[in-house]
Design a protein around this ligand. Structure first.
Ligand code: CA
Length: 221
């Protein structure tokens, strides 16, 4: 997933970004709340991890402004233990979940999956389309029951398509989801990942819609 991380504490921010990237997410990290609005206007995120105590613009205002502009982007707020009132306000203002610091990376990852699942209207974690089964929690992918090994980016790309089985996703949207601001992207990176996925999952599982992007084979979804 493409995540926006708002966290002013350098140590926490670095650790979170590293842990989230390790899990295969692409992460843009900002330390100033005043920069949030421009970021969400210019980049299509799947989810925001929002610290409430931020310089520039505090997290409550970031969230208020987001919802005032009717942006439904999922938000998980992170707070210090003594900010109970803000936590309640955050949920009232439309946050999807919250975590109290210090928290385990594993717990954040599980909350991200749960929020994404609800956002996409799914009852459980496992995604299945035709012969392919994908488990976002364990990163296991199976083809007709047999495990398939994917790279982190191949997995992220497949997850993006399987979360929106009827949509056509453009190359730009896939690049946005797979790579953060600070990463170099080869112009054919998405094509290369798709090529590898087709080798592993069958040539027909992912369709190219010329000029528009990629979608799952209508026969399997
Ligand atoms: Ca803070």
């Amino acid at each position: 997933m493409r995540l926006l991380l708002l966290e002013d504490d350098t140590m926490i921010g670095k650790a979170l970004r590293q842990g989230l990237q390790h899990e295969g997410h692409s992460v843009d990290w900002l330390q100033d709340g005043a920069l949030a609005e421009h970021a969400v206007d210019t980049t299509q995120y799947d989810l925001v991890i929002l610290d409430l105590g931020l310089p520039g613009k505090d997290g409550i205002r970031v969230l208020t402004d987001l919802r005032r502009r009717e942006n439904p982007l999922p938000v998980i707020i992170t707070t210090a233990r003594d900010q109970l009132d803000d936590r309640v306000r955050g949920l009232d203002l439309g946050a999807d979940d919250y975590l109290v610091k210090p928290f385990d990376l594993d717990e954040l990852l599980a909350r991200i999956r749960a929020v994404a699942r609800r956002h996409h209207g799914r009852a459980h974690d496992l995604l299945q389309q035709g012969p392919v089964e994908l488990n976002p929690a364990t990163h296991e992918v199976r083809l007709e029951g047999k495990p398939v090994a994917l790279s982190a980016r191949e997995f992220a790309l497949l997850l993006t398509l399987m979360e929106r089985p009827k949509a056509t996703v453009s190359r730009t949207q896939l690049e946005e989801r797979l790579y953060g601001w600070d990463e170099e992207i080869a112009s054919n990176a998405v094509e290369v990942h798709i090529h590898h996925l087709r080798k592993k999952l069958g040539e027909r599982f992912i369709h190219t819609i010329r000029g528009l992007g990629y979608t799952l084979d209508p026969g399997v979804r």
